[in-house]
Design a protein around this ligand. Structure first.
Ligand code: NAD
Length: 241
């Protein structure tokens, strides 16, 4: 079985790559820029006795996605599971938000999810099976002041997921989304301590989640225990919503 994960050299994406590799998936990793992290991720994946393959590309570019998917197909001959994980934030109140900050977040998070999926889906339709797991966010479900761009992109992913699930169900392709709450990664590391404390106090479980706690739900949706689930959004948020 082959899993292709976007933005998988750190954070939640990396943990998804490791969790799926532990469960026997060969892993295709998309990364945007060469970094020192690549070798370490490759080593950690392959320690689980599976193959890894790395493809560079910006998910907001349709052409990059076309090339990446073609290369993964050439390497492994199929893609069983696609995880659209790559994402960015450019937070700010609407009064101060630049048009470019709105557009770039939509381009990466939402259009990026379309770009990769659009290129993977013909292969899944041909093989008459597949799983697509999109990483949304609780703020796409509930909203958050200062994140109109990010929330819109993540709510868009939910609509995309539900529509695609209906469109490709007859081809045995299951499409679901995960909406993580606050997860301890580089994305949330930048928050000041007092903000983090305030966030924790609003989470019923009183702590941020870990990337592994998200990765385990991805593994469930990618595996044999979820064959009758499609078009769903699973919140992994410590009870926030
Ligand atoms: P992160 O910043 O550590 O990782 C994001 C990854 O996406 C990085 O590897 C980055 O290089 C990659 N990426 C960014 N733009 C890209 C592009 N244009 N093309 C290809 N790759 C690109 O963040 P994370 O916390 O691991 O987030 C992973 C996903 O989970 C994101 O979609 C994020 O929105 C979502 N999420 C995170 C949290 C959280 O609290 N950390 C909560 C909800 C949802």
């Amino acid at each position: 079985m082959i899993a292709f994960i976007t933005g998988a050299t750190r954070g939640i994406g990396k943990e998804i790559a490791l969790e799926l590799s532990k469960r026997g998936f060969d892993i295709a990793v998309n990364y945007r820029k060469e970094t020192s992290e690549l070798e370490e991720v490759k080593k950690e994946i392959e320690e689980n006795g599976v193959k890894s393959f790395f493809v560079q590309g910006d998910v907001s570019s349709f052409e990059d996605c076309e090339k990446m998917v073609e290369n993964v197909e050439k390497e492994f001959g199929k893609i069983d599971v696609l995880v659209n994980n790559a994402g960015i934030t450019k937070d700010g109140l609407i009064m101060r938000m630049k048009k470019e900050d709105f557009e770039s977040v939509i381009d990466v998070n939402l259009t990026g999810t379309f770009n990769v999926t659009r290129n993977v889906i013909p292969y899944m339709i041909k093989q008459k099976s597949g799983r697509i797991i999109n990483i949304s966010s609780v703020v796409g479900v509930a909203g958050n002041a200062g994140q109109t761009n990010y929330s819109a992109s993540k709510a868009g992913i939910i609509g995309f997921t539900k529509s695609l699930a209906k469109e490709v169900a007859s081809r045995n392709i299951l499409v679901n989304a995960i909406a993580p709450g606050f997860i301890n990664t580089d994305m949330t590391k930048v928050l000041p301590d007092n903000v983090k404390e305030n966030i924790n106090s609003q989470i019923p479980l009183k702590r941020m989640g870990t990337a592994k706690e998200v990765a385990k739900v991805v593994a469930f949706l990618a595996g044999e225990d979820s064959t009758y689930i499609t078009g769903q959004v699973i919140n992994v948020d410590g009870g926030m919503i």
